[in-house]
Write a protein that binds this ligand. Sequence first.
Ligand code: AMP
Length: 115
Amino acid sequence: MSDCIFCKIANKEAKSNIVFEDDMVVAFRDLDPKAPEHVLIIPKKHIESINKLEQVDKELAAHILVDVVPKVAQKLKIDESGYRVVINTGDEGGQTVKHLHVHVLGGRNMTWPPG
Ligand code: AMP
């Protein structure tokens, strides 16, 4: 989508600090980190939220969880210490950017329940 900041990051129209990229996803550092390590994983394809995932996106969704999250955690060196994976969805879920993104947060103790 032309006015979507994460689409712009995915197609390099907007700057970001990329930590991992392949043909399906880009992972980049959050501009306003909520933990010492905070990376966002986005599909290159514009998908508004989990609610808009379709059957054809199964491979992509599995790829993010099975391949990319662990790879990013290893790169950030938080795979052993532990980390949190968050997908805010919709207004009450706290989603501010309407392009599906997976937060990977680590480097400190996380609290529960989340705010
Ligand atoms: P959410 O509140 O789950 O929609 O998360 C959106 C996240 O995107 C927030 O943590 C923001 O700090 C982050 N963010 C917004 N714009 C950018 C950007 N241009 N580059 C990196 N992170 C961004």
